[in-house]
Ligand binder design. Structure first.
Ligand SMILES: [Zn+2]
Length: 440
């Protein structure tokens, strides 16, 4: 069930995993330093041409125009042509992401800028830029330079699933990254992304659903279980992060762009955000780990996230300030979505998404739709059937119906168990079960 809907769409149970292999800097730095510096040059050329166009009031150069122009450059020829092209693609990706953030009210974002010429830029190899055979990766640079052979640790291309199935992967993308500490290169890393193919999952079975509200994540399953995961700490970090960005932005707007003071502030801001982002990632990782464990314990087949995209689109039409604050103070949905997808697949659970359409305005017990029954953020009180339910649990039970039947305006068919509550415990750095009263 639910499977036929996905025909023709991107398959949800294809698993990609990136594995990291450290490379000894003594051996590999002399090899990759030149090409990595060349990649930095290509990046800077992209920035330069875009800025020139802006200065002269001309049309911005397109991706293909820049690729064509750079072909004759010396730095272009130091890399495999696909790797050189990848730098231009990454630049345009950064521009698109900048524009998107800007449109979403993140006024503090700056367009991608010049990198210092001594910075070692990550090199990316696409499919045609490398060969792979039996644990050996052959990386191609320019035609003039010799290919590099890297021996991967044994079992790099293999993954064993809980049911004993062994998947053999094919590498689809390779990156070499420089690792910096205190502005010094301390090592190199090889990142290999493996396509492990389709994970065998049962095509019918139990379903769980998640509603990602801030500060609560609500879960329900066709087994009738209901959980609330309190994510106040995560949301507080997100809000704190936005505050930091706004504060720095204000300070930086008072000094001249590029001045010594301005650069010092930029460095301090980056440093602060880096630490915060690590904390945020730790929490989202703990959250998605708990989600995967709950699904695994109930032998779930489809783990479904309520998709907020349509709700966000609605928010976009509202007034600007409201829109910005709504967008900003939310759980990091795409980060959670991505972690949820691969952690589910590792447990042979199929991740999926579904629109929340009306689930939060519909009574999950009797199926009557009435926005005003949501008395306040946390409480659903149905005046048709008298149900008094936690509003987020009401919503997530509606999402399950949306997924199973394509609509949620019908009576509850599942036997529900009493809700469980999880909250973050900083002593153990994980979410632990607490008494339901804690949710109030
Ligand atoms: Zn009702």
């Amino acid at each position: 069930m639910g499977w036929a809907k996905n025909k023709g769409k991107k398959q949800n149970n294809r698993l990609y995993l990136t594995r990291v292999v450290p490379l000894s800097p003594d051996v590999w730095l002399p090899v990759f330093e030149g090409p990595m510096l060349a990649a930095t040059k290509i990046w800077n050329s992209c920035v330069w041409h875009s800025r020139e166009a802006r200065k002269k009031g001309e049309k911005y150069p397109t991706e293909s125009e820049l690729k064509e122009k750079f072909k004759s450059y010396e730095s272009w020829k130091q890399l495999h042509s696909q790797s050189s092209q990848a730098v231009v693609e990454e630049y345009f990706e950064a521009v698109r992401s900048y524009v998107k953030h800007r449109d979403n009210g993140h006024e503090e974002m700056r367009p991608p800028g010049f990198k210092h010429k001594t910075i070692l830029r990550t090199i990316t190899w696409k499919r045609q830029g490398f060969d792979y055979q039996e644990g050996q990766l052959i990386l191609k640079l320019s035609r003039k330079l010799d290919n590099m052979t890297v021996h991967l640790p044994e079992g790099s291309d293999i993954l064993k699933l809980p049911d004993g199935t062994v998947l053999k992967g094919v590498p689809v993308e390779v990156k070499v990254k420089a690792v910096y500490r205190k502005k010094k290169v301390i090592g190199l890393e090889l990142h290999v992304t493996w396509d492990l193919g389709l994970v065998p999952v049962v095509l019918a079975g139990k379903v769980s659903a998640y509603d990602l509200n801030s500060p609560l994540v609500a879960r329900a399953s066709t087994e009738g279980s209901q959980q609330l995961i309190i994510c106040r700490e995560l949301l507080a970090l997100i809000q704190y992060r936005n505050k930091i960005i706004a504060e720095f932005q204000q300070k930086m707007s008072r000094c001249k762009e590029g001045s010594r003071k301005w650069r010092a502030l930029l460095a301090a801001k980056r440093d602060k955000l880096k630490k915060l982002d690590r904390r945020i990632k730790q929490l989202t990782n703990a959250l998605t780990k708990l989600m995967a464990e709950l699904d695994h314990d109930e032998d779930i087949t489809f783990s479904v996230l309520g998709d907020l995209t349509d709700i966000r689109r609605k928010a976009r039409t509202g007034d600007k300030n409201k829109k910005a604050s709504q967008k900003i103070n939310q759980l990091p949905f795409s980060q959670i979505e991505q972690q949820h997808a691969y952690k589910s697949l590792l447990k042979q659970v199929c991740p999926d998404k579904i629109s929340e359409s009306y689930s939060s305005q519909t009574c999950s017990r009797c199926g009557v739709r009435n926005k005003s029954y949501r008395v306040h953020r946390g409480l659903w009180r149905c005046r048709s059937c008298g149900a008094i339910i936690h509003a987020d649990l009401n919503g997530v039970n509606g999402i399950i119906k949306n997924y199973l039947f394509g609509r949620c305006d019908m009576r509850q068919v599942l036997r529900l168990k009493p809700p469980e509550v999880y909250r973050w415990d900083k002593r153990y750095n994980k979410f632990v079960k607490v008494s339901p009263r804690a949710a109030a």
